[in-house]
Design a protein around this ligand. Structure first.
Ligand code: ACM
Length: 625
């Protein structure tokens, strides 16, 4: 390790361990590998130009994107020029003449001096990430206060590169459909935090979302279901004669447009067609595709699990249809991976199916797990025949993994660890750290997804379990399942700020993380979300109560918030707490006799911050057990 890099690493640990006063460093997310503050500032005003070498289309594109982002964050539309001769104040984008070993394919060096800004990288992707860091140095503001006021950014130098090559977010557009303009906005937001994989969950029981030219019925039938609100418990099935009006799909022209939009921003799209389970929309479009051959409807509720229909593994026509579908997919998506799902296959359908039994006998398969393995291996051959690699959820391990398959480990990290040991590539996406549909606050404040996952929990994620060979761990991914998310604003609310924690886990060094310091930086990004019109959750300000039994056997309550430095007020009578109620003083609170409920609110800097938490004492007693 070169000594300068050692100093940088040291600085990173010291600085982000919080021993240096906060405020000295810009609140960058993800934290860069190394940062050294200089003296003075660089002023961005209308006379600054962006300089890129002539003739390089990727760099021109980078410069163009930068002008757009600078316009949004400064109010100035800067010129792009190819020569520095006339430019006094410039932001220069440069490719290294000899590659820098430290920064690799996606890293960059960023230098801000009072006289100018320079971003250097080995590849255009690195330059792009350098520009995203530059944008974060500009103080956030809203129009119109931005207009015509020069923005000062601090002199500094940053050397930065990612820890993992797969930094993904998955969006389920099947359970609820989100149009292409929102997908672009989502990608815009992802790249600000250096995510580079958009996993697009395009098919599931409640909807098929991609036009397949050879099989128009997949979208004519499969993209539409009867409208029902995503809610807990059971859904109501269709009324007699009720039309399936809820849904939508992307045309192939839409897909091409989005693929190009993503690729201009160094995002690879991994399309997912979820088979052989989660296939009721497919089966509704092709009745012969199921084990029974009956006529099914697109799953009418958004909340599906193991209950919905699957593809018959004994029907050769299914593999022919899949060959055609994956052929069209391969021609639309330039990335190397196609995701084939493979999760939660309800094997009861196969158990009762003569065709599946015949297949098992013919192929010498001893159980339905081996039948699942047969199915996936056959699909792998199809995917590879189109020049692509197969990735699937960790159930594809059941009955034996396909020879070259990559695995996305969601039921914990065990499947990922086993796959990496066997020499397969792995993306870690375990529910306990990565499921962004899970609720981020106490369910009594808001019930969203099934599980519970706070920002600080996401930040504890390490995609590289001890003893696992990093060579096989491509990286990690956050997943946004949309059973209970029906609007773009809700998708954003569930994604942010928790995806900030993932961004840092996936990009920044694995050591030296300080959760409180990270949450302080997160709060600085709330202003950026506001300025960009992006919804996000303030759950870090919500009160949180942990009931415990004290040594005397009485129930006592401790109150907390994820963000530090808030004041928490509570009541045990029926009144709404405010800043004149009892204030929590960090000592366990005894429950007064006769109290049936507790209410709590939080204040930050004297202003109401979190939402009201109301819990019955009975509920707290249950939780303390
Ligand atoms: C999954 O959550 N069923 C992959």
């Amino acid at each position: 390790m070169k000594s300068t890099i050692k100093i940088f690493v040291f600085l990173f640990i010291v600085v982000f361990a919080g021993t240096v006063k906060s405020g000295e460093l810009p609140p960058l997310i993800p934290a860069p590998a190394s940062i050294r503050m200089g003296t003075g500032t660089f002023k961005i005003s209308s006379d600054v130009v962006i300089v890129v070498p002539k003739g390089d289309r990727d760099l021109q594109e980078n410069a163009l994107l930068l002008t757009g982002q600078l316009l949004a964050s400064t109010g100035f539309r800067l010129k792009i020029v190819n020569s520095t001769a006339s430019a006094k104040k410039a932001i220069r984008l440069l490719i290294n003449k000899t590659p820098n070993n430290t920064t690799g394919d996606e890293g960059y060096f960023l230098e801000v001096k009072p006289s100018g800004v320079k971003i250097l990288a080995n590849h255009p992707a690195g330059l792009f990430y350098g520009t995203q860091t530059l944008i974060q140095l500009i103080p956030p503001g809203r129009q119109p206060e931005l207009i015509k006021t020069p923005k000062e950014i601090p002199a500094l130098s940053i050397t930065d590169y990612p820890r993992f090559e797969w930094r993904g977010l998955m969006l389920d557009v099947s359970r609820h459909f989100f149009g292409k303009e929102f997908i672009k906005k989502y990608i815009d937001q992802m790249v600000k935090y250096k995510f580079n994989v958009f996993h697009w969950h395009l098919s599931d029981d409640p909807g098929w979302r991609i036009e397949i030219k050879k099989y128009p019925q997949l979208t004519r039938v499969g993209a539409w279901r009867v409208p029902r609100t995503g809610k807990w418990g059971t859904y109501e099935g269709p009324e007699p004669g009720e039309a399936a009006t809820d849904g939508g799909y992307y045309t192939q022209a839409d897909i091409r447009e989005i693929v190009k939009y993503a690729s201009d921003r160094y995002v690879t799209i991994v399309p997912e067609i979820d088979i052989p389970g989660h296939s009721q929309a497919f089966v509704a479009s092709f009745p012969a595709a199921s084990c029974t051959g009956g006529q099914y409807i697109v799953y009418p509720g958004s909340s599906t699990g193991m209950g919905a229909n699957v593809l018959c593994a004994g029907n050769d026509d299914n593999f022919k249809i899949l060959d055609d579908i994956f052929g069209e997919l391969a021609s639309l998506f330039p990335g190397q991976y196609i995701h084939i799902g493979g999760d939660e296959v309800n094997k009861e359908f196969w158990k009762g199916c003569q065709k599946c039994k015949k297949r098992m006998a013919a192929e010498g398969l001893k159980d339905e797990h081996e039948l699942q393995s047969y199915f996936i291996k056959r699909v792998e051959k199809i995917v590879e025949s189109k020049g692509k690699k197969l990735i699937g959820w960790d159930e594809i391990l059941e009955g034996g993994l396909a020879p070259n398959a990559a695995v996305m480990s969601w039921r914990g990290t065990e499947g990922g660890i086993a796959s990496a040991k066997a020499g397969h590539h792995v993306v870690m996406s375990p529910t306990q750290f990565c499921y962004l549909d899970y609720q981020q606050t106490d369910w009594s404040i808001e019930r969203t997804g099934g599980g519970f996952l706070r920002l600080s929990d996401v930040y504890k994620f390490d995609p590289l379990p001890e003893g696992t060979d990093k060579k096989y761990i491509l990286g990690g991914q956050g997943n946004v399942w949309t059973e209970f998310i029906s609007t773009p604003a809700r998708v954003e609310y569930m994604t942010w700020p928790r995806a900030l924690a993932l961004s840092e886990v996936l990009w920044s060094a694995g050591k030296g993380r300080n959760p409180d310091e990270f949450i302080r930086r997160t709060e600085a990004h709330f202003f950026r979300f506001d300025a960009a019109g992006v919804n996000y959750s303030h759950a870090i300000y919500d009160p949180f109560i942990i009931p415990v039994k004290n040594p005397a056997g009485n129930l006592v309550l401790t109150f907390s918030t994820e963000a530090k430095g808030l004041d928490i007020y509570y009541t045990f009578d029926s009144t709404l707490p405010d800043r004149y109620s009892a204030r929590y003083n960090n000592l366990p609170v005894e429950i007064p006799k006769g109290a049936s409920e507790v209410k709590a609110v939080t204040y930050k800097d004297g202003k109401p911050a979190g939402r009201l938490l109301l819990l019955s004492i009975n509920e707290l007693r249950q939780r303390a057990l």
